[in-house]
Design a protein around this ligand. Structure first.
Ligand code: KIV
Length: 272
C-alpha cells in the first residue's frame, strides 16, 4: 500500500488502524490482527530496550528493528501492512542533507515506505519538504512529542488556547509541506476533532479522543506488557501478569518443592 492511500481511507470514512511493532514476533501478530499500518516507533527505546526516554535510540537500531519487523510478515507482499519508521532523535534535526541520508538509509535497507518526524518548527518543515521532494513520504507528529521530553515533559499538551492555536497552525503547515498524515498525541479530543475536519490528510490519534481518522497504539501497551502504562492507553489484557503466571507455573513444575521460584515477583508486586 502506498502511504498516500491513507488519504483515500479518510475520504471513504474508513478508520485507519496503526500498531507499533519492534521485532518479528510483534510484527507477525500485528499483521495477523489486520492492522493497516505498522509503525516501528522509537518508543521501542523505552518499551523494549529499557531506556527512560526515546532520546538514546540510534538510526542503526531503528534499521535493525525495522528489518526484524519485515522478517516477521507472513502475508504476500501486496497484503502486508504499510511500514512507517520513526526517524530517531538527532537524525533529522541537524540539517536537510543529514535527514535525507538518514531517511534514505532506512528506506534503502528495509521495507519501510515512509518516515515519521516530530514537530513543525521552521527547520523541521524545511526538512520535511526536502524529504518529500526526494521521494520520501513523511508522517507528521504533534502534541506530546517524546523527543522533546526535556521541553514538554510527558504531560497532556495543548491545554490552553494559545498552544491549541499553535498546534492548529503547525498542523496546517505540515499538510502544506506535504505530509501524508499526522499523529496527534495526548491532546484534548476537541482539538483532534477540529483538526480532523480542517485537514485533508488523516489525523491519527493516540490519547486524542475517538473523533480521529484513525488510531495508533503502542502494541506492548495494548497487550498490558509494559511496566509503565501511559494513562491514555488502556490495556486490553494483562499480558505481563499472564506471562509471569504461565512461566511461574512452568518453573513450579520443574521444582515442585520450591516455595518462591521467582525471587518474589508475585502478582501483587507487579502492581495489578
Ligand atoms: O514511537 C512511537 O511508538 C510513536 C507512537 C506513540 C505514535 O511515536
Amino acid at each position: 500500500m502506498l502511504p498516500s492511500e491513507l488519504l483515500r481511507f479518510k475520504q471513504e470514512g474508513r478508520s485507519i488502524t496503526v500498531l507499533t511493532a519492534w521485532d518479528s514476533l510483534s510484527s507477525a501478530m500485528v499483521e495477523a490482527a489486520g492492522a493497516d499500518v505498522v509503525l516501528v516507533g522509537d518508543s521501542l527505546g523505552m518499551v523494549i530496550l529499557g531506556h527512560a526516554t526515546t532520546l538514546p535510540v540510534t538510526l542503526e537500531q531503528m534499521l535493525h528493528h525495522t528489518q526484524a519487523v519485515e522478517r516477521g510478515f507472513e502475508k504476500p507482499i501486496n497484503h502486508q501492512p504499510l511500514v512507517i519508521c520513526d526517524l530517531p532523535f538527532l537524525s533529522y534535526q541537524c540539517g536537510e542533507d543529514k535527514a535525507v541520508a538518514a531517511a534514505g538509509f532506512l528506506l534503502k535497507n528495509s521495507c519501510a515506505a515512509a518516515v515519521k518526524i516530530e514537530g513543525a518548527e521552521p527547520e523541521i518543515l524545511a526538512v520535511i519538504e526536502r524529504l518529500i521532494r526526494m521521494g520520501i513520504p513523511v508522517m507528521g507528529h504533534l502534541g506530546l512529542t517524546p523527543q522533546s521530553v526535556h521541553k514538554l515533559g510527558y504531560r497532556r499538551q495543548a491545554e490552553d488556547q494559545i498552544t491549541q492555536e499553535r498546534i492548529i497552525s503547525q498542523a496546517l503547515q505540515l499538510e502544506q509541506s506535504g505530509c501524508f498524515s499526522l499523529v496527534l498525541e495526548h491532546v484534548p479530543g476537541k482539538l483532534a476533532s477540529h483538526l480532523r475536519t480542517k485537514l485533508r490528510i488523516p489525523v491519527i490519534g493516540i490519547g486524542a479522543g475517538n473523533d480521529c481518522d484513525g488510531q495508533v497504539r503502542v502494541t506492548a501497551d495494548l497487550l498490558g506488557l509494559s511496566s509503565k502504562q501511559p494513562p491514555f492507553s488502556k490495556p486490553l489484557i494483562k499480558g505481563r501478569q499472564l506471562c509471569v503466571a504461565a512461566l511461574q507455573s512452568w518453573i513450579k513444575q520443574q521444582h515442585p518443592q520450591a516455595t518462591n521460584p521467582t525471587n518474589g515477583e508475585s502478582e501483587q508486586e507487579l502492581g495489578y
